[in-house]
Design a protein. Sequence first.
Length: 423
Amino acid sequence: MEDYQNDEELFNKRVELLKSYINRVSDGEEMENVQKEFKENFSDVPAKEIAKAEQTMMKDGMPFEKIQKLCDIHSVLFEDMTDEERMQRLKEEMQAHQQVNYIKTEESVENFDDESSQKCMEYINTTGHPLNVLVEENNAINELLNIINDDVCESPDINKIQLEKLFEVKNHYKKKDDLIFPLLKDKYDYPGPSDIMWAVEDEIMDELKNIYDDYDVEKLKKLLKRIEEMIYKEENVLYPLCAENFTSEEWIQIREDMNLYPSCLVESLASWDKTAESVREEISVSDDLITLPGGTFTLKQLRAMLNLIPMEITVIDENDVNRFFDEDDDKKFLRPKMALNRSVYSCHPPRVMKMVEGLIKQFKEGKRDSMHVVTKRGNQKALVNYYALRDEKGNYLGTMEAILLLNSLIDIIEKEKTGPVEF
């Protein structure tokens, strides 16, 4: 039993203290003031106790977005540490979160370091395996971090070309967000990586953009450390956890889906023999006619039609499960096959989860039938349309997302083109 479990009153007092810090920052108090008090009261508190306190606050109903502020508050502990001390503290925190958030039983805690780490290393050393790909990208990220760190040491000003390269980190994070986090959360009931790492990734990318737009050398140094810490978390917690749980079939599907995503700071993704050996599931339905009030067509015609519609289409059923993606290989909004037959909620970052939940709730309650959002993906503008699917009696059947890319259409309208056009 841990000390805090033998002294419940002290533990509860510390939980309330952490809550007060979070609420003060949320209410607008200066971060430095709160960090100073945190350092005075928690510099010697074991990492596992802080992790346990986070779990307690979540169970008490504190929103995840507020608990996430604790990461910023407790980052003050790293400020006066050497790199070795910082990584040791980070290791302790990761071990604490393994036991408190990620690992389900005492038996699995005991076996995690040996069996899972051994299997993880085997995968990492297998050319083209998803973990091999992710670690190769991490190595490239580390190399870029070292280059930027060296540049910062020589001069407080930095060539923005290096910062532009760092934006490729998003390509690495996107693979985790779409292919790993939802599977861990939805099938294997490990919400920790999705809820915590995904939110931190968003913060990293937001801060990188802010630094690029308004350069600050001290903020850059802190950001580089956060990216380095994320690599450590991936390779010492996330990847062994995946190795412990994912099946061979899931790894093969993950690797096939990775081909949809841009590489991160490496020329290309290494191929994996297993994917070449795997046999894709053939379409097993027949060409029987489908009869509808508007006419008839075959299943082959239906498939061809869905793939030709100039929109990226996603359909979820009445139980909020992803059921269909169109087959366009050149999507701007990637939809990996790993996400099929899984909850739509496991495929979204925490920052947009409430919007998705709220919209679907309104669809189900009949309060609205559609929503339309203009957004950007890179340089491409897009109109994202959400529609409630209903039967002839108005019963809710699911939701369809139909994304229309706008750049070509805008060009046609602005130039007032008539007659045949390229679209």
